[in-house]
Every structure is written in structure tokens, then in C-alpha cells.
Design a protein around this ligand. Structure first.
Ligand SMILES: [Zn+2]
Length: 139
């Protein structure tokens, strides 16, 4: 997904996106204002990764800095917004390696997003689809 598409998706869901100097942070989500602020100092891959991460916080209704497990949840959401299994497979072929940094470069995202995507796939492997539409979580 391209940056502008993600911004359009945010705006369609009532979340505004702006660029603002926010110190050492790459992005912030302000629940009260339904506003995502992105640092202007980021690379392209950092910017789209940070935007998707903050959209994950918006999706879950998180407000401000979160404990590690909720940060990880926002990264998994971001990863699934930015990467499909087909895109991942293409990137792995194009990179000609399973090195996560190289795959991240092919995908135009940060390595953290690739790690979160793999983490999300592991979680999905524990989901069993039984009958029609019934989902059972289990090992
Ligand atoms: Zn966060």
C-alpha cells in the first residue's frame, strides 16, 4: 500500500494525519483529537511504517504510549495493513534472501514491520477454522 492510500484510509475513518516535530518519536496518535502526528524527519519506509502503526492504535482506541504488548499489537496491525502474503512472497524472491532487512527494503517498510508481520503469521497459525465461520483459538 502506498503512503497516500493509507492517508486516504485514515481520513475515510475520521482520523486526520499531519506532520509535526514530535521530538524523538516517529509518530503519535491523539485519541481525543483523532489525530496522527508524524515526524517530518523520517525516511519513506519509516513514514509509512509509523503511519500504519499509529493507525493500529487508532483502530484499537489506544491513547498515548502503550505497554509493550499493545505496542506489539499496533505493529502487527500495521504489518497486516501493509503486507499481504503475496507481497511478502514477491519480496522474498526479489530480495533473493530470507534476510529481514533486505525483505523490508523490497517492501518499502521498516524491518520492525516485517518482524511484526511474521509474528502475526505465527499467531494466525494457531487459529483453526471449523465449520462455517466458527473460529477456535488453540495450539
Ligand atoms: Zn505505538
Amino acid at each position: 500500500m502506498e503512503f497516500y492510500e493509507l492517508v486516504a484510509q485514515a481520513e475515510a475513518s475520521g482520523v486526520a494525519v499531519m506532520t509535526r516535530n514530535i521530538g524523538r518519536h516517529h509518530g503519535r496518535y491523539l485519541l481525543k483529537h483523532r489525530l496522527i502526528m508524524l515526524s517530518p524527519r523520517l525516511s519513506g519506509p519509516q513514514t509509512i511504517s509509523a503511519l500504519a502503526h499509529e493507525l493500529g492504535h487508532a483502530f484499537y482506541g489506544d491513547d498515548g504510549p502503550q505497554p509493550p504488548e499493545l505496542e506489539a499489537r499496533a505493529w502487527r496491525w500495521a504489518a497486516c495493513a501493509l503486507i499481504t502474503p503475496a507481497l511478502y512472497a514477491e519480496a522474498e524472491v526479489a530480495a533473493a534472501t530470507t534476510h529481514l532487512g533486505a525483505i523490508a527494503r523490497e517492501l518499502g517498510v521498516t524491518r520492525q514491520v516485517v518482524e511484526a508481520w511474521l509474528d502475526a503469521q505465527d499467531s494466525m497459525s494457531n487459529v483453526r477454522y471449523i465449520n462455517f465461520g466458527r473460529i477456535e483459538q488453540g495450539a
